[in-house]
Write a new protein. Structure first.
Length: 292
């Protein structure tokens, strides 16, 4: 059996997920897709067959094998054995033992618990390198930002745009009929960034827009759920958040929390510019309230 070079670290509570998150910035785009799939459903995605793992990530089986070799495993069976050992250790730990559940939890308390768990897991699973890379992109004022959402995520896209427009210039919401989106895409180039919100059921028109933007040289930043939108296959950076709740509807709460964390960091990074814009906006608002 070939042991991972991180086996000793794992024994001291350093999981493979932690190692992957710390190395995300050094991975190739193909390796990052595999990493995002694994991290979004850790460790269970890695316990599937190579073919299933590859299908989830939208890459080839040999690419998965190269990814696990990059992590220090000589064979896929060694990689899976490592994940099973981690899972067994977690299940045996007192920290994993849940408090006794309420005998009859109310729908409100069950929903609240699910939302809190989604937010906690999403922040813990997020790779700091990915967060920092996205922060660097949205605070680069030489780049033009375009934001788009789907049928139920457009509200999150608009919320993001409203914040970004205060913080920095050149921010656009891609809205209206999908047929008119190409009017914006035609001007996309290497300076453009398309921030996409896409959770299940993934929208074909949003996926096509992201693909067309990629073909014109734009950088794609994707915010999606734990199942990963197909856009992850050509996105430069991906943040996946937990969305499942006891409801017929998915929850955007974790995605919204991550966006607010980004806006807080971006405001701090661009504080001189942001402060000047806020002051100018206050003057404009006051002037607009004067009679005649």
């Amino acid at each position: 059996m070939t042991k991972s070079p991180d086996a000793a670290a794992t024994a001291s509570d350093q999981t493979l997920a932690t190692t992957i998150r710390s190395r995300l910035g050094s991975l190739t785009p193909t390796e990052r897709r595999a990493a995002h799939v694994l991290l979004s459903n850790y460790p269970f995605a890695g316990l599937e067959t190579v073919a299933q793992f590859a299908s989830r990530a939208g890459i080839s089986a040999p690419s998965i094998l190269r990814f696990i070799a990059r992590l220090g495993f000589g064979a896929y069976a060694d990689f899976q054995r490592h994940l099973k050992d981690e899972l067994e250790a977690q299940l045996q730990s007192p920290l994993m033992k849940q408090a006794p559940e309420q005998a009859n939890p109310t729908p409100l308390s069950a929903f609240a618990a699910a939302v809190v768990a989604n937010i906690t897991h999403s922040f813990e699973a997020m790779a700091p390198a990915e967060f920092d890379a996205i922060l660097a992109i949205i605070t680069d004022t030489k780049r033009r930002l375009h934001v788009v959402g789907g049928r139920l995520t457009e509200a999150v896209a608009l919320y993001t745009v409203r914040h970004l427009r205060v913080i920095r210039p050149d921010v656009t919401l891609v809205e209206g009929q999908a047929a008119t989106w190409r009017d914006q895409v035609i001007d996309f180039g290497k300076r453009d960034v398309l921030i996409v919100f896409d959770i299940r059921r993934y929208q074909d028109d949003v996926i096509l827009l992201a693909q067309e933007a990629t073909e014109r040289g734009a950088t794609i930043v994707l915010f999606t759920d734990q199942w990963l939108s197909p856009i992850a296959r050509f996105a430069r950076h991906v943040i996946s958040a937990r969305t499942g709740v006891p409801s017929n509807w998915d929850s955007n709460a974790a995605i919204l929390a991550i966006i607010e964390a980004l806006m807080a960091a971006a405001t701090k990074t661009l504080w001189d510019l942001s402060k000047a814009r806020m002051e100018a906006l206050e003057i404009l608002r006051k002037n607009s309230q004067r009679p005649g």
